[in-house]
Design a protein around this ligand. Structure first.
Ligand SMILES: Nc1ncnc2c1ncn2[C@@H]1O[C@H](COP(=O)(O)OP(=O)(O)OP(=O)(O)O)[C@@H](O)[C@H]1O
Ligand SMILES: [Mg+2]
Length: 462
């Protein structure tokens, strides 16, 4: 068995919804850039990329290597600046010492001494003042960026704001201001910084709120994972589980994943479940291609309703007479890389299956698929004129949906083929039997009927 005698549950090996550890693949291409920015004193960070491309995992790994502590705040729609600001204090269990009695403890956080801290009087950590008689949670109106920065600073912590794109612009603006406070205090606390993680098109807008930030914020885009990196995830999973997956399956998983590690983990997990692999195997197990389609279908069934809803909304009522335009366009685009294709290439691809597909109208259908009403499933690059899926996860979903529909068609065709074969075989036999019966009946009818002495027909059977 590989990796010593450790037995891993499959859910700890392939981890579509949590940070990968056993199957973590370091990403050299962005590593240096990220590490440089993290190590530069006072440098704030914006890390952005498509959903599921590995932002959180990458940062979690790097931050735990480079920082003694990082505090993570998950931003949610509708959250106010004040609520966001209060979150790290809540996690640090920072309290306001309303009344003191006796000796005040000297330890605050990680080795800093109370008298060194330039905090508004009364702020502390719950456990810091041994004899504090009354420590109460900090009142919301007393939470300021300065207090938060100091509290994080004395703990040697940095502050990660996940899903920054989800909050309102007005609150983003206030957070951009807050960054300045962190920069100023970095002279005293070298690890103090804010790290924003967000969606590809919106996260880096944080610097736009304040031009002064431009040179002091590093923007690190996290690209989709390469095929080699995705294969490495599967390979590490095979090692951990002591299995070997048929190379054709590995290749299929990688191509349907569309650069998204989250999809690779999910399908690999589904495939293992379908093949009854629940933990590390005692003897090396070889998984051939059977149960691949059920694993894929399971992904489609369980992949959040949002993906299906986006797909259905995007192609709704686009069927005009013979052609289902939305589906045909999306299907054609799954045959191109994530970067997309121009109108001419899309038309050509559609005509491979629908030779008479009209060119007129394609432009307006492509435009419609970019509309909000159709969930902006497609986007068009103004510079190259190429159309592509706005979110790689939608391309991955469509790719799998069409693949499974094609396989289902093959199954139906195979079934009707076998029915046809059966009929072809049976019909001549039946025809022969019928001919024989008719012959026999004709023979009977032509024979003269004789009456026996007991009144029955001589030819009738008893
Ligand atoms: N470098 C990596 N090696 C192995 N697996 C990875 C890697 N990066 C990400 N993953 C896996 O991919 C999945 C998605 O990664 P992660 O949550 O980090 O993406 P994200 O970009 O933060 O997504 P979101 O935008 O939805 O928050 C996780 O399940 C994680 O296990
Ligand atoms: Mg994330």
């Amino acid at each position: 068995m590989s990796q010593g005698s450790t037995i891993h549950a499959v859910g700890y090996v392939f981890t579509p919804s949590s940070v990968a550890s056993l199957t973590f693949v370091p990403r050299e291409s962005i590593n240096d850039r990220l590490v440089d920015a993290l190590r530069t004193k006072g440098k704030q960070l914006v890390v952005y990329g498509h959903s599921g491309c590995g932002k959180t995992t990458l940062l979690e790994n790097k931050l735990s290597q480079l920082f003694s502590l990082h505090i993570k705040t998950s931003c949610m729609k509708g959250m106010t600046f004040e609520q966001i600001l209060a979150d790290p204090l809540r996690q640090l269990k920072a309290m306001y010492v309303a009344e003191r009695a006796g000796k005040v403890g000297t330890k605050v956080g990680l080795g800093a001494s109370a008298k060194d801290i330039a905090l508004p009087v009364g702020f502390s950590f719950e456990s810091s003042y041994e004899d504090a008689t009354k420590a109460v949670p900090i009142a919301p109106n007393a939470v300021t960026p300065h207090v938060v920065a100091e509290m994080l600073g004395i703990n040697g912590a940095c502050w990660v704001l996940e899903d920054f794109h989800k909050i309102e612009s007005s609150e983003k603006q206030k957070l951009a201001q807050c960054m300045k406070m962190f920069m100023d205090l970095s002279a005293r606390y070298p690890d103090l910084k804010m790290i924003f993680i967000g969606a590809v098109h919106t996260a880096h807008k944080v610097v736009e709120y304040d031009p002064e930030l431009r040179n002091r914020v590093a923007e690190v885009p996290v690209p989709l994972m390469t095929e080699a990196e995705l294969k490495e995830i599967i390979h590490l999973g095979e090692e951990a589980l002591n299995i070997r997956i048929d190379r054709r399956i590995t290749d299929r998983i990688v191509s349907v994943s569309n650069g998204l590690a989250a999809v690779t983990h999910q399908i690999a997990l589904n495939f293992c479940h379908a093949r009854d692999i629940e933990c590390t195997q005692k003897e090396k197990a070889f998984l051939d291609t059977s149960k691949w389609i059920p694993a894929l279908e399971r992904y489609l069934e369980s992949s959040s309703d949002t993906l299906r809803t986006v797909f259905e909304k995007s192609v709704k009522d686009m069927k005009k007479r013979k052609y289902d335009h939305g589906r045909l366009i999306l299907r054609a685009l799954t045959r191109f890389p994530q970067s997309g294709a121009n109108r001419g290439d899309i038309l050509q691809k559609i005509r491979e299956s629908e030779p008479a597909y009209p060119a007129s109208g394609l432009t307006s259908h492509l435009k419609a698929l970019q509309s909000e009403e159709r969930c902006s499933i497609l986007t068009c690059d103004e510079n190259t004129g190429e159309f592509s899926f706005s979110e790689p996860v939608h391309r991955a979903f469509c790719y799998m949906l069409f693949e499974s529909e094609d396989k289902a068609k093959v199954r139906v065709t195979a079934t009707s083929q076998s029915v046809a074969d059966f009929l072809k075989r049976i019909v001549p036999e039946l025809a022969e039997q019928i001919a024989k019966l008719e012959q026999a009946r004709n023979g009977l009818e032509s024979k003269p009927q004789k009456r026996t002495s007991d009144g029955t027909d001589e030819n009738s059977e008893t």
